[in-house]
Design a protein around this ligand. Structure first.
Ligand code: PBG
Length: 295
């Protein structure tokens, strides 16, 4: 995963994820080259725009931060698979993953209005050259809408990696600081899933596959290994897992305190994800893992 900020001239460390930086737009192609040289097959891009509003309009701007980053990477390393996160939270002034409406002191996320903007966002990423778009918003029906939008605009070869089972999790905390996307009011529990509900996770995965997802993701990783296993066994689809920011930060903090050793800990965690069925792992340790594997 890479965070690219339109507001930066040079890289800026994140507070709770040692080794993870917000990058300036002009640094991203170099980072992609580094990933390529290490033998990594893909990068996942998150954008931090210069301006936010209540329609998330920088998310689907053809010259937005992610769209420019995709073009820069493809110009330098055309072989590297570029995956773009499709969500509105980084682009919305209120930090929610969709369009919101206040109603008698309560807020609602407007599902269908949000899906339209997400489909436009996905189209703009595909037009910039993304190989796979990765919707992480958890609105209903967005996979079908994105598939249709891509197909009808000539992007039938662009794949969809769907965050199919994304749980409302406390482990996204450090990411929200890195991506500057914490919700300004309320929480995400009306659109992300209840961690106690395994049946809903299976239903969500079935729906996304039906609507056209090429890869399904489970997220977070370690607290949901049972879900990963069940999904891989039941659907036999390419299944990925996102070892998220808070999971990374916990290990880093324990290492800094001298409680555990980093390399064996990371290798044990990654092995458990493979054992539970992951075909693909998204991790902030990707570069180190590539180096260790070479050694
Ligand atoms: C955007 C998104 C989030 C993550 C990936 N895409 C944050 C969230 O849903 O709040 C989290 C990734 C991580 O914690 O590493 N919706």
């Amino acid at each position: 995963p890479h965070f690219v900020s339109e507001k930066l001239e040079c890289r800026h460390p994140t507070a709770s994820m040692p080794g993870v930086f917000q990058l300036a737009p002009q640094e991203i192609s170099e980072e992609a080259q580094r990933a390529c040289d290490l033998g990594l097959q893909a990068v996942l891009l998150f954008g931090i725009p210069a301006t936010k509003d209540d329609q998330g309009s920088s998310a689907y701007d053809e010259n937005g931060v992610v769209q420019r980053a995709v073009r820069a990477i493809k110009a330098k390393c055309p072989e590297l698979v570029v995956i773009t996160d499709v969500c509105l939270c980084e682009y919305m002034s209120h930090g929610h993953c969709g369009v919101t409406k206040m109603d008698g002191g309560h807020f609602h996320v407007l599902n269908d209005e949000s899906v339209e903007l997400l489909a436009q966002t996905a189209l703009s990423h595909a037009a910039a050259g993304a190989d796979l778009v990765a919707p992480s918003d958890m609105m209903d029906g967005r996979i079908g809408a994105i598939r249709e939008m891509l197909d009808s605009n000539g992007f039938d070869q662009t794949g969809i990696m769907s965050y199919a089972a994304k749980f409302a999790s406390v482990f996204y905390g450090p990411f929200r600081e890195a991506a500057e996307s914490p919700p300004q009011f309320g929480d995400r529990s009306s659109y992300q899933m209840d961690s106690a509900n395994a049946a809903e996770a299976l239903r969500e995965v079935a729906l996304d596959i039906d609507e056209g997802a090429d890869i399904v993701l489970i997220k977070p990783a370690l607290p949901y290994l049972d879900i990963l296993w069940r999904v891989r066994e039941r659907f036999a689809k390419p299944t990925g897992v996102y070892h998220v920011s808070g999971e990374y930060a916990m290990v880093k903090a324990a290492v800094e305190k001298g409680c555990i050793e980093e390399r064996p800990a990371v290798l044990e965690i990654m092995t458990s994800l493979k054992r539970a069925g992951a075909d693909l792992i998204i991790t902030y340790w990707a570069r180190e893992l590539a180096e260790w594997t070479k050694e």
